[in-house]
Structures are given as C-alpha cells and as structure tokens.
Design a protein. Structure first.
Length: 205
C-alpha cells in the first residue's frame, strides 16, 4: 500500500491518499482543503480514485470533497451517524470556521464491522464516537486511521456539538487490545503506533 500524507488547510488536517499498487486504485481520506493539490497528487501517481472516505463530519475534514467530486465522480463514505452533519453548518463547524456549508452527499454510510475496500486493500470500520457521534476509525493493511479520536499523545475535543467525554473514553478503551505495531495515522499531527500511545499518551494511561 502506498500512503501519502498531505497536510491541508488552516487547521493542518492530515489528508491521506491510500493507494493499492496492485490495481492502481486509491482512496482519499479526509480531503479537508486544498482540493487542487489533492487532485494533482492523484494525477502525479496516475491513481484511479475509487472513493472518498471521511473519518467524521467536520468541515476541516471534508471541505475539499466538493472540489474533488466536481472532477471525479466517486462515492463518499462516512460513519452513518455523521452523515447528516455534512449539511449542518453548526454541527460540521463550517459556521465556526467561517466557511459556506458543504454540499457533499455521502452514499456509503458506514457502521461498526463494515469493511471498506480500495482495490485489493481492505479496512475494517470501528465506530468510535466521542469527538462526534458517527466518528470512525479504519483498521487494515497495518494501519489505523483515527481521525480526530486519537492523536499522538492526545485525543480529540469533546466539546463540539454531539461530542461526549464518556463516549470517547469508551472508544479509547478499544485501542488497548489492538496490535501494538499498528501504525496510527491521525487526523492532525504526526503519526504514531498503538504501542507508543499506550506507553505515553496520558489519555490511554
Ligand atoms: Zn473534528
């Protein structure tokens, strides 16, 4: 699997390009901003975009989806309970960020236990509410995409609409049983591993 991290937008969101080298298909995870740069990255690698995956329904994670969708007709996947947030500027924080409400429609509504395929790559969906009600993590191919649930040394905020400290604590509990060598690809900041987080993330201590 090819993994390319692009840091996009004012909030320095991590947008990931996940590419299946066997088939040439790729997914974009969390195209928060800088749609042109993301499209250029796809073109540079000759990737065939298969889908857009959103870890949750905050604008800084899907703000450039409409730009990409205007060029490539692909389905958008999001946790079922965050789908409505795409149209609600209070919930998706577009209002707070001073942005126009998004016009993104999600066709693939993901739930716990679902799997998402990108060419020959396969990822399992973990429903991890707390930062948002429908936040998801994706586990597969040796990585865990954690969105704004888990960062290196920290966790996502729970004081936005729909956030819940008790829910994020339950979600974090799930990480304790995952393989330590799993590479953590968070929605903001540097990458990590599960073992590293269990060692020095105060929220997992
Ligand atoms: Zn967020």
């Amino acid at each position: 699997m090819l993994i390319k991290r692009l840091v996009v937008g004012e909030l320095a969101t991590n947008c990931y390009l996940l590419g299946c080298e066997g088939t040439g298909k790729a997914a974009i995870v969390d195209p928060g901003a800088d749609g042109r740069t993301i499209l250029e990255e796809l073109a540079l690698g000759g990737w065939q975009l298969d889908k857009i995956i959103l870890t949750h329904g905050h604008y800084d994670h899907f703000g450039a989806a409409s730009v990409i969708l205007a060029q490539r007709r692909v389905p958008v996947a999001i946790g079922k309970l965050d789908a409505a947030a795409l149209h609600d500027p209070n919930f998706n924080l577009a209002g707070l960020l001073g942005e126009a409400p998004g016009k993104v429609e999600a066709e693939l509504l993901l739930e716990e236990g679902d799997s998402v395929e990108v060419g020959n790559l396969q990822f399992q969906v973990l429903h991890t509410p707390g930062h948002t009600p429908g936040g998801i993590c994706l586990q597969g191919e040796g990585v865990l995409l954690t969105g704004d649930t888990l960062f290196r040394g920290s966790i996502g905020r729970t004081d936005f609409p729909g956030g819940s400290p008790s829910q994020i604590n339950q979600s974090l509990e799930r990480f304790r049983t995952l393989p330590g060598e799993l590479q953590v690809l968070p929605g903001h900041g540097p990458t990590s591993t599960i073992a590293g987080e269990l060692l020095d993330n105060p929220f997992l201590g």
